[in-house]
Design a protein around this ligand. Structure first.
Ligand SMILES: Nc1ncnc2c1ncn2[C@@H]1O[C@H](COP(=O)(O)OP(=O)(O)OP(=O)(O)O)[C@@H](O)[C@H]1O
Ligand code: SF4
Ligand SMILES: [Mg+2]
Length: 323
């Protein structure tokens, strides 16, 4: 029986605000196999980070609602764990690499101390053993002078080095799943490609499943096997990257791709840009949320929600997909 490394089943997230309920993730389901990377793309505010935080159970409990039929890691449901059980899973089974290393790295402890602490919490071990594991994890992400990095405080490292240290911290327990949320966005191109290379190497070595959240479709194409396209909290298209870039089926995906100059240089875009604005989460259009911006809209699109078959390798939520 095949077992997905990560399987998210019917996940929703909403905020209760003064202006009403904001549905920011709307019944999404997807899975990632061991050793595979899946990109999660979509315009700002479409719910990518909320999806990640809900999977990890890191959303606050007050004012936010989360529901899921299940969130499985290697077949084990983590959707209804209590705080202590969740602490046992975070870092060991699933880890997150944030956009800002400051979110994960504590300024008052050395890098070495923080990486060792993650491993110690899950597996324990002697000081000597922990020190060696920590140095190995720094070397595995490409630091040649691991001892020097281990004794540094976060502020003594450059942005790229802090990001690599955070990857070392996320991978020190060899988790089954890593979620990287815009983890290279603020970095220059050479640091970005170094970080992606290190992630790829670690992934090959440990068969980690990676959910790579990014605005950068070119990077997702380079790093991921599959891609999920999200809009207003819903998944609109799931396919392998090759197919998306050569032949996007959802008008929204095609619109996103048309904004990448190098893609339009090889293949004329079907839509030159996405007209209009992302609607407010408190005032979403009925039926297909993309309808007000879609040049292929038909009356049916405003009346019913197009189905998205999450079990299908190639799925598209559209009544008139591009052929
Ligand atoms: N505390 C909050 N209260 C109400 N709505 C919120 C709150 N935090 C986030 N949201 C809304 O949730 C939606 C999804 O936000 P999310 O951060 O997941 O977007 P995103 O896709 O990660 O965007 P970006 O690409 O800019 O990081 C947005 O519309 C945002 O305004
Ligand atoms: S369902 Fe209709 S409005 Fe929505 S993307 Fe498809 S064609 Fe456009
Ligand atoms: Mg985000």
């Amino acid at each position: 029986m095949s077992c997905h490394a990560l399987k998210v089943n019917d996940l929703s997230v909403w905020f209760e605000t003064d202006s009403g309920r904001r549905q920011v993730v709307d019944h999404i389901s997807f899975s990632i196999n061991a050793g595979e990377s899946t990109g999660l793309v979509g315009e700002s505010g479409c719910g990518k980070t909320m999806t990640a935080l809900a999977i990890l159970g890191l959303l606050p409990t007050s004012g936010v609602g989360v529901s899921a039929a299940s969130i499985e890691i290697n077949g084990k449901d983590i959707s209804s764990l209590n705080a202590a059980q969740r602490r046992a899973v975070l870092g060991r089974d699933i880890a997150m690499i944030f956009q800002q290393p400051g979110t994960a790295l504590d300024p008052v402890f050395t890098i070495g101390h923080q990486i060792s602490a993650v491993y110690r919490r899950h597996f324990g071990g002697s000081k000597k053993h922990l020190w060696q594991i920590m140095l190995d994890s720094l070397e595995a992400v490409g630091f040649s002078r691991a001892e020097k990095i281990a004794s540094a405080y976060p502020h003594q490292l450059s942005g790229g080095m802090r990001q690599l240290a955070m990857i070392a911290m996320a991978t020190v327990c060899n988790p089954v799943v890593i979620i990287a949320d815009e983890s290279t966005t603020a970095l220059d191109n050479s640091t970005k490609s170094l970080i992606l290379k290190q992630l790829e190497r670690l992934q090959l070595q440990h068969k980690t499943a990676i959910l790579l959240i990014s605005h950068d479709l070119a990077m997702v194409r380079q790093s991921c096997r599959n891609v999920l396209v999200m809009y207003c909290g819903r998944l609109l298209e799931r396919t392998d990257c090759q197919s998306l870039y050569s032949h996007a089926q959802h008008p929204y995906s095609a619109g996103l791709l048309s904004c990448i100059p190098q893609v339009s240089a090889n293949r004329p875009p079907r839509i030159s840009a996405i007209p209009g604005q992302v609607p407010s989460a408190t005032d979403l259009p009925s039926g297909c949320h993309f309808a007000p911006r879609c040049i292929r809209v038909k009356p049916q699109c405003q009346q019913s929600v197009p189905h998205f078959d999450s079990e299908d390798d190639r799925a598209v939520a559209c009544f008139r997909p591009l052929s």
